[in-house]
Design a protein around this ligand. Structure first.
Ligand SMILES: Cc1cc2nc3c(=O)[nH]c(=O)nc-3n(C[C@H](O)[C@H](O)[C@H](O)COP(=O)(O)OP(=O)(O)OC[C@H]3O[C@@H](n4cnc5c(N)ncnc54)[C@H](O)[C@@H]3O)c2cc1C
Ligand SMILES: C[S@@+](CC[C@H](N)C(=O)[O-])C[C@H]1O[C@@H](n2cnc3c(N)ncnc32)[C@H](O)[C@@H]1O
Length: 635
């Protein structure tokens, strides 16, 4: 179901009001005061976050962002604040940034923070959106969707709950026993809750979910409010890392963005790269396409590429030296039936037009500046990215925390008591750290610890046309192949794809194929260009069997027939990977780095749990163990 944004309305005394729920967003006696008294005070904040490494707040109903702004402001003002503050909030009907700007004007004390929030406010699409604020020390995880289904997709260890749905009489689903149990599942030891709501059904549901409840003096006209403490003594499932030091092998987009995100979280990172500079392997192209891949039913790939696209865009916005252009991507349909599917997907998904539109043949021709015979998808804020510049900018962002060693080819890995050692071919030690992240693209399965990795390589060749040999092109065009706008006098077109093919040298035949694919879309566009005169680049895409990345902690080998579950798989201490970026490395890079680092830190994850599981390296070991069992049954 497409998201239904909230409609901004006010009741006669000027308090923001929801006609859909027939309730107000906050008390008429001052929203900021209520936020501080009920939600911060009720959870004993700021005192409880003081001196801590991490503190996690989860809120039901982000609404106007008032509670978030109050928490952020209190954290900033507190000299003893925790090192990182996480605020996770679920909202079924988010406001647009423009509406937030109108409402948030009412709170001049939050003006600076509100402006930053509005500027970074995500497009209104379903799923998880992550905002790294305040030098990465405040992380806002916004989940746009229904809390009754989305809470079970959250992976976090929550220290304080802000229960702020509309009143149970008008919004019972946000206070149901089911929902309260889902909250309890996320509670860290000693977690607390606070709410203005004293309704009996809500109290019963919270008590049944193991919260000890207590009434405290309320705010303004309300005499009392409710606070609670989680009773259970179960151990924290998300411990902090013992030491923040990691080796990353590979300085392609996987390794560079991982090193960047690790450093942003306060890690010391040693990057080992066999080439002389970043972005020398598959990530060495002059440009690659960045856009999501929608589907009418918003399937896994559609959700992942949408979240990945938005995450890469956010990362690029913070790296001024990365070269990229949001020039727009036009994805033309292959034939009439495909065109109808594309049109249907746009209608069903209901994504904001800034993200996705359907354009007919005439509009597609206009956008392209060339006549085409079919319509397709138009992604106005998508475009091209130059991967080597992204790698360099990401690695340079934290010079005090990222150490790079180039011409440093890792030959083998050794596990020692204190973690992992990376050795070169002569047996010399290149680096040693408690955590090692493999991000060596196509090379990874050569390491003994990654022999299980079911990754194959797909050779790809792009062709560089002299830009003045073709008419101009201002957008990225994709149909059977793709063509880029001019970059430094060159127009990149591509790309070939072949398996079991390790030829590193360029082939004229592949340049011919790239030209032929372009001719199918734009018949006279590159007329007269002789493929034998062209140059380009060859790279080897690290492909996983299901075309999804392979990200997370590396599992131990599994015996055939094991019926272990994914979350209970034994894992190798300190060994992690960011692999399998295949043909979509640019769209995966920022999101996968954020996922891996959140897992290492034990922080709330930037993706829904079903998507995290779809990326888990353990998925292949489970499949293999089951297949081996089935084969032994057959024989
Ligand atoms: C022709 C072509 C076109 C593409 N087009 C697009 C596109 O339009 N959009 C898109 O999103 N993606 C595209 N891709 C895919 C994208 O480029 C890849 O998914 C991405 O570059 C993979 O990044 P990576 O960091 O995993 O691997 P790599 O970039 O290969 O990085 C791995 C690094 O590890 C280093 N390394 C390997 N072994 C060792 C060792 N033993 N010791 C130290 N270092 C080591 C390598 O030198 C390399 O620098 C394309 C790929 C190709 C080949
Ligand atoms: C009282 S308002 C929240 C105010 C907000 N906490 C703030 O600080 O501005 C309640 C919010 O709950 C949201 N909501 C209602 N039902 C929901 C559901 N099932 N899932 C997620 N959000 C829901 C509403 O859209 C509304 O924004």
């Amino acid at each position: 179901m497409p998201l239904q944004p909230a409609r901004l309305e006010f009741n006669p005394d000027g308090t923001p009001y929801s006609a859909a729920f027939d309730d107000i967003y906050h008390t008429a006696h001052g929203g900021p005061g209520q936020a501080r008294h009920v939600f911060l005070g009720g959870n004993d904040l700021p005192a409880r976050w003081q001196g801590r490494e991490r503190f996690v707040i989860l809120e039901t109903g982000f609404g106007l962002g008032l509670n978030f702004l109050a928490a952020w402001q209190a954290w900033r003002a507190d000299p003893q604040r925790c090192r990182r503050l996480h605020f996770v909030s679920i909202e079924k009907h988010p406001f647009t940034a423009a509406d937030l700007a109108i409402v948030q004007q009412a709170w001049p004390e939050f003006a600076e923070l509100a402006a930053e929030l509005q500027q970074r406010w995500p497009l209104l699409t379903p799923g998880t959106h992550r905002l790294h604020l305040n030098d990465n020390r405040v992380v806002l995880t916004l989940i746009f969707g229904d809390a009754t289904t989305q809470l079970r997709e959250v992976d976090a260890s929550v220290d304080a709950f802000f229960l702020d749905g509309f009143s149970p009489a008008r919004n019972p689903e946000l206070w149901s026993p089911y929902l309260c149990k889902a909250l309890a599942r996320l509670a860290a030891p000693g977690a607390t809750l606070a709410t203005w709501c004293l309704a009996r059904p809500a109290r019963d549901a919270l008590a049944a979910a193991e919260f000890d409840l207590e009434r405290r003096p309320g705010y303004a006209a309300r005499r009392e409010m409710l606070v609670g403490r989680f009773r259970s003594r179960r151990p924290d499932r998300h411990p902090l890392p013992a030491e923040r030091h990691a080796i990353v092998i590979g300085a392609g987009i996987a390794g560079s963005t991982t090193a960047h995100r690790l450093a942003a979280a306060g890690w010391q990172v040693t990057v080992l790269e066999q080439a002389a500079e970043p972005g020398s392997g598959a990530s060495s192209n002059l440009a690659g396409m960045l856009r999501p891949l929608p589907s009418a039913d918003d399937n896994r790939l559609s959700r992942l590429t949408r979240t990945g696209f938005l995450a890469t865009r956010a990362l690029l916005a913070g790296l001024p030296d990365a070269r990229w252009s949001p020039c727009g991507v036009l994805h033309l349909a292959r034939e009439a039936e495909h065109e109808a599917q594309q049109r249907r997907a746009v209608e069903q998904l209901g994504w904001p037009p800034e993200l996705l539109q359907f354009v007919d043949r005439a509009e597609a021709s206009r956008r392209l500046g060339q006549p085409v015979d079919i319509g397709g998808w138009w992604f106005p804020n998508a475009g091209w990215v130059q991967p080597p510049s992204l790698c360099k900018a990401a690695l340079a962002a934290f010079p005090e925390r990222i150490t790079t060693h180039f011409n440093a080819a890792v030959d083998r890995l050794e596990m020692v008591k204190t973690g992992w050692r990376a050795l070169d071919a002569s047996g010399a030690l290149l680096a040693e750290a408690p955590v090692l992240v493999m991000a060596s693209g196509a090379a990874a399965p050569r390491f003994a610890q990654f022999a299980w990795l079911p990754q194959v390589t797909a050779r790809g060749q792009v062709s560089h046309l002299p830009a003045d040999a073709t008419p101009p092109l201002d957008v990225v065009l994709f149909q059977i192949g793709y063509a880029m706008p001019e970059i430094d006098g060159t127009r990149l077109i591509g790309a070939s794809l072949s398996y079991e093919d390790d030829e590193a040298a360029e082939r004229v035949a592949d340049h011919s194929d790239n030209l032929a694919r372009l001719r199918l879309t734009l018949p006279g566009f590159a007329a007269g260009i002789d493929p034998a005169t062209l140059h380009g680049r060859v790279g080897f895409r690290p492909m996983s069997p299901d075309r999804l990345p392979i990200v997370g902690r590396v599992p131990e080998a599994l015996a055939a027939g094991s019926n272990a579950r994914l979350h209970a798989l034994p894992r190798q201490p300190g060994l992690w990977c960011v692999q399998g970026f295949g043909a979509r490395g640019i769209v995966w890079s920022a999101l996968m780095a954020d996922l891996l680092v959140s897992q290492l830190e034990g922080e709330p994850l930037p993706l829904e749990k079903d998507l995290v599981d779809a990326l888990d390296p353990g998925r292949f070991l489970l499949r293999n163990a089951r297949r081996a069992e089935a084969e032994s049954d057959d024989s």
